[in-house]
Ligand binder design. Sequence first.
Ligand SMILES: Cc1cc2nc3c(=O)[nH]c(=O)nc-3n(C[C@H](O)[C@H](O)[C@H](O)COP(=O)(O)OP(=O)(O)OC[C@H]3O[C@@H](n4cnc5c(N)ncnc54)[C@H](O)[C@@H]3O)c2cc1C
Length: 430
Amino acid sequence: MDVIVIGGGIAGIATAYQLHAAGHRVCVVERHATVAQGATYGQGGALLPSPLDVWFGPTFMVSSRSKQSGMAVKTGFDAAARDFLKQLATLRDPETFAAQYAHLQPLVDASRREIASIEGRLELDFEQRRGMLHVFRQPRELEEAQPAIDLLKGCGVPYRVLTPEECVAVEPSVPDYPEFAGGVLLPEERTGNCPLFTKQLKQVLEDDGVQFRMHRAVASVRLEGARAAVELANPNEGKKRHAEVELITADAIVVAAGVGTPGLIGGIKSAASLFALRVHTLTAPVAYEERAPHLTVVDSIKRITMTRVSQRLRVAGAGVFQSASKADKPLDATLSRRALDILGQGTHDWIPGAARVSVARPWEGLRLISADGLPIVGATRHPRLFVNAAHGPAGWGLACGSAKVVADLVSGVTPDLPADTLAALSVERF
Ligand SMILES: Cc1cc2nc3c(=O)[nH]c(=O)nc-3n(C[C@H](O)[C@H](O)[C@H](O)COP(=O)(O)OP(=O)(O)OC[C@H]3O[C@@H](n4cnc5c(N)ncnc54)[C@H](O)[C@@H]3O)c2cc1C
């Protein structure tokens, strides 16, 4: 079949890989001049999420104050944004959280298998590192995380709950003063450079004959008749009266367009179902080698991830919840400063002296996140339209497993996931 994939982030490129592997002719359309320029560019490195990493559950935004939660909330009177946060808050209940995470776990497992298969086949070096240490400041925070720690047992992911002394012993860059409550070590969980992986995979696909239409934006998806089509526009000509428009047709279309996805697939009934969340990173050179962490350190409550990538440290987090109408406008300077301060403080608290934060390169970007914490993966009501998007904070590895699910569905093969997981990931839930 001829399949068009919209989006050149990790979700689009991984989907193109799986479709190509399944024998389809694939064309990827990306509005930027190169791949991995959206959320994929900014990601913090964690390859696969554990119950401690997802941006929902017992510890996520328990406090409404940005200093404690690691997030800034400026939704104002925007009813949809407030509703979105209320829905996420219902997932703090331990039983609701466990039930929702149970839907995600098979996708995490499938993603682990797919990444291993790609690594085994292509032998890519994308700066992989092993070992993640979640740290908790207050004893109450560690208690609040207990439902997520309990879930680790059922995930088959090796882990150890550590005292503060044990945390410092496994990761000497974490200071023993001021006191903290302890941590959870995930010794086998990995980080990697997602943009590098995405670019390497694109190169492999291009060499194998996959077509890339770069610097072309999909203006709309047309689903009439026997074949589907996308209307392409040159992003630079968008505002011209006689902008050049091109129509390309295919047997199937996969939308993996990050925050651009809802506008292309349509049919999302509630404005409070999906949110374009602004997230930040600081990339700083290592300051002192002996103070730089060899494990990825995560401030588990504030969801700040501090990852060593070669000679740099990548600090990611500081989500900003604001009115949806502000998503496509530059962030207010005060709010931007506050978000970057949250990341700088996280670095100062947990890996002091490791990074030269004063010369760090800041970055901010939007990632699509759903109100029930799960991505949108699979078929739509239209038999020729499929989706791989809304991975929120966990799209790096998850997008790879989701890509296999989508490729199976396009090929008419039943994906190797439980039916309730497929239903929980379906766009039909919205
Ligand atoms: C600061 C930050 C830290 C993160 N940390 C982690 C982490 O540690 N671990 C993890 O797993 N995940 C993390 N994430 C999330 C992860 O990066 C995303 O889930 C993932 O990159 C999403 O990939 P994507 O391909 O769906 O979206 P994107 O990377 O945004 O790609 C979508 C692409 O579609 C293109 N596009 C959109 N509309 C159109 C159109 N109309 N026509 C043509 N092209 C279009 C865009 O230009 C873009 O290139 C983080 C994200 C951020 C921002």
